[in-house]
Design a protein around this ligand. Structure first.
Ligand code: 0X9
Ligand code: ZN
Length: 506
């Protein structure tokens, strides 16, 4: 009898393991050009449900990590062997690893209820969210709403748009807006599984809201720039990754949750949900490093800005055109500070020197905190080429001075990059903030010195402003429009009488 019970238990445990399955992560090393091209082709055509690439294949002898579903691991191994790949199994049981790493993190609805209660606590509003944890989108949204309600002098709630499943894409706008101030936008979570990025953006909000009184640097930003932070650009995808936090299929979801689309791949007609929103921007749409197959995790969607999330976001960024000085998007992982352009090697915007200078400084500053090593460069130079991303679109279309993609910890070679150790979450956010402040300081200081220059110029102009000829008052009386119609002559001869001091060359 006892034996039968044990046996039944063993079968139950075994089948429950089978259910979640032994998802494996293969580390593959393409050693020839042919193998690299084959991997790229697989990356662009593979069904995410079978083989989910954690990195795009980029160079010969560069490793590629691929998560493979339990029912396909044997077949995949045979495929690698048949084509002579060098490979190893980097993670033998991803489900088990997720339980170990994230199993006890607060991602449950009970915790949500606890935090929602706390955010609405009648004793008083608690703006401080405990960091080092992950929160549901509903907790994060309520938190943002409550900050805006309770601190209207420093933060305003903004709604960027609505997702395909009807969620509001929310963010906060910090700093008093005046038309001459420069704007910086920071976002995260365009890729659902990159939780460390969402945590980092939330950390920034927490820091600004709760640290501003002790930190003169933050106060300086609040006084001199307008800063938008949108912590989750793809909330549908994020919520999906939380549905079953130890099931790799859910937790490792990357795309949005748009309805199924189908395409014939030469063998069968495959239909899948979701679009990679960072392939859906109107920058060389679908040209490279993106896929036309809906089951691929880099599916670019039917057309540029076909998705409500990317469309709304592009409209939001466009509405800031002219004042938008920096745009930073947080991703994970690989420890990279990336700038434009991503579609081809050695292709830059005209202000590349300045872009590079600030990136180098940011990476240096970031590393000073814990010694974390970042590399900087354009995508194709340091990782891989792709098109349709938000920063390239913003750089080209909106002519933003500083447009950066940051790939957070851990480094490229880590074996479980999307599942960051819990104790690394806060350090990751802290060091990233140190890097980001380099960009914020540039924007703030440049604006301040341009204001000083402006006021110095206007003082000089007032000093120099006079009439060169004696008849100015008489001319103005007899032809009231003369200042406007003969402006350049009048700036030279009658600047004072015509009120044209601001046009004097100094
Ligand atoms: O591929 C992406 O969309 C981003 N990387 S991620 O691993 N987070 O998915 C951005 C890639 C950065 N830029 C280039 N590779 N050019
Ligand atoms: Zn990403």
């Amino acid at each position: 009898m006892i034996l039968r019970v044990i046996l039944a238990l063993l079968i139950a445990v075994h089948s429950s393991c089978q259910e979640h399955g032994a998802f494996k992560v293969f580390r593959v090393l393409p050693t020839t050009n042919q193998q690299l091209l084959q991997m790229i082709r697989l990356f662009e055509t593979a069904d995410t449900d079978r083989a989910d690439f954690w990195h795009a294949p980029s160079v010969v002898n560069g490793t590629v990590d691929i998560m493979v579903a339990p029912e396909h691991t044997d077949q995949f191994r045979q495929y690698l062997e048949k084509h002579g790949y060098t490979f190893q199994v980097a993670i033998d049981d991803l489900h088990k690893l997720l339980i170990e790493k994230e199993g006890n993190l607060s991602t449950h609805s009970n915790d949500d209820a606890f935090f929602l209660k706390r955010l609405h606590d009648d004793v008083g509003f608690h703006s401080r969210l405990r960091m080092g944890e992950y929160y549901s989108y509903s907790v994060l949204s309520t938190w943002l709403e409550r900050i805006a309600e309770n601190m209207p002098d420093i933060a305003k709630l903004i709604k960027v748009g609505t997702t395909i499943e009807g969620r509001d894409i929310l963010g906060l706008k910090f700093g008093k807006d005046t038309p001459d101030k420069k704007i910086v936008v920071i976002d995260a979570g365009i890729h659902a599984r990159e939780w460390a990025a969402i945590h980092t953006a939330s950390y920034f909000i927490n820091l600004i809201v709760n640290g501003r009184e002790e930190d003169p640097q933050i106060q300086n930003y609040l006084d001199n720039i307008v800063l938008y932070i949108i912590p989750v650009l793809n909330p549908d995808g994020y919520e999906y990754t939380r549905t079953d936090k130890t099931n790799p299929r859910a937790r490792m979801w990357r795309k949005s949750r748009s309805p199924k689309a189908c395409a014939f791949d030469g063998v069968r007609n495959s239909c899948c949900m979701g679009v990679d929103l960072n392939r859906n921007f109107d920058f060389r749409f679908s040209e490279i490093g993106a896929s036309r197959y809906p089951c691929s995790e880099i599916y670019h969607g039917p057309s540029a800005f076909s998705e409500p999330e990317s469309k709304a976001y592009s409209q939001f960024l466009t509405s800031l055109k002219g004042r938008l000085e920096a745009y930073i998007t947080l991703h994970s992982y690989s420890q990279l500070w990336i700038y434009s352009y991503s579609h081809r090697k050695f292709t830059y915007a005209p202000d590349i020197e300045e872009t590079r200078r600030v990136a180098a400084k940011a990476v240096q500053e970031l590393g000073r905190m814990y010694g974390t090593k970042y590399r900087h460069g354009t995508g194709p130079e340091i990782i891989y080429a792709f098109s349709g991303g938000s920063t390239d679109w913003a750089k080209e279309t909106l002519k933003i001075k500083y447009s950066y993609t940051i790939e957070l910890r851990p480094g490229y070679e880590e074996w479980n990059g999307f599942v960051l150790d819990k104790n690394q979450l806060i350090p990751t956010a802290k060091e990233t903030w140190a890097g980001v402040t380099v960009v914020l300081d540039e924007v703030t200081n440049q604006w301040k010195s341009s204001r000083v220059r402006e006021s110095e110029l206007s003082r000089l102009r007032q000093e120099k402003c006079s009439d060169r000829l004696p008849g100015c008052a008489y001319w103005l009386q007899s032809s009231p429009n003369i200042c406007r119609f003969s402006q350049s002559t009048m700036v030279r001869d009658c600047a004072k009488t015509c009120n044209l001091c601001h046009m004097i060359a100094v």
